[in-house]
Design a protein around this ligand. Structure first.
Ligand SMILES: Nc1ncnc2c1ncn2[C@@H]1O[C@H](COP(=O)(O)OP(=O)(O)OP(=O)(O)O)[C@@H](O)[C@H]1O
Ligand SMILES: [Mg+2]
Length: 204
């Protein structure tokens, strides 16, 4: 069983989207539970139409559900701006803490603060998301900034695309979106991330 938590101090950086996409990847051939630990309940809203290939429950409801022991993977979507110490608690309670960040200064600064709280934690990793297309260099510059700050990160970045908003509105995963809004192309980012994720979970 693996537990993956998703968190950042900053709001709107793609936490819920990352939680849903990682859950979608892992739900191929496994039972997955996404715990929506955010008061805004974005992941629960996303799941409301009943199309997602994994369960989404509140923290409270998930306690009972986990007793059944049916889940191979648990993903936790947390709310933004968790209090001091909360990121460390999340990392300590999980196999991996994924910290999504957009490639802009404020988001990278917030990510830096998360990792400074995690000084003695080795199971946290940043994920650069909402990266604008080339020739814009935002993604590469964000990776350089993370490297300079010695922050571990996925090498695969997640590109910007309106499909994410549409997928949320339709209650669908990207694969379920078919060819709408370049869903297939953009989903490749996550397929490539999956092998990197497997390596990270196995401490490679
Ligand atoms: N790669 C992407 N490209 C374009 N838009 C994206 C991408 N990822 C997420 N979004 C959109 O950005 C907005 C914020 O994303 P999301 O809800 O995943 O962030 P969050 O960090 O969970 O926010 P909150 O702090 O409010 O919980 C949403 O409208 C989402 O559809
Ligand atoms: Mg969210």
């Amino acid at each position: 069983m693996s537990i993956i938590a998703v968190s950042n101090f900053k709001g709107g950086v793609g936490k819920t989207t990352a939680a849903v996409c990682i859950a979608t990847l892992l739900a191929e051939g496994a039972n997955v539970l996404l715990i929506d630990a955010d008061q805004n309940q974005s992941a629960l809203l996303w799941s409301k139409a009943g199309h997602l290939p994994f369960d989404v429950l509140t923290e409270k409801a998930s306690r009972k559900a986990m007793m059944g022991g049916n889940y191979q993977h648990i993903i936790i979507d947390s709310q933004c701006a968790p209090g001091t110490g909360e990121s460390k608690a999340l990392a300590d309670g999980s196999d991996l803490l994924v910290v999504p960040t957009t490639p802009d200064g404020p988001s990278l600064a917030a990510t830096g603060r998360v990792f400074s709280e995690l000084a003695d934690v080795d199971n946290a990793i940043a994920l650069v998301s909402m990266v604008p297309p080339s020739p814009q260099k935002d993604g590469a510059e964000a990776i350089e900034a993370l490297d300079r700050a010695d922050i571990r990160h996925f090498s695969r970045q997640i590109r910007n695309g309106k499909v994410y908003k549409r997928a949320f509105e339709s209650g669908l995963t990207l694969p379920q979106m078919g060819s709408r809004d370049r869903a297939g192309q953009l989903w490749r980012d996550w397929i490539e991330l999956k092998s990197e994720l497997a390596g990270v979970l196995n401490n490679e």
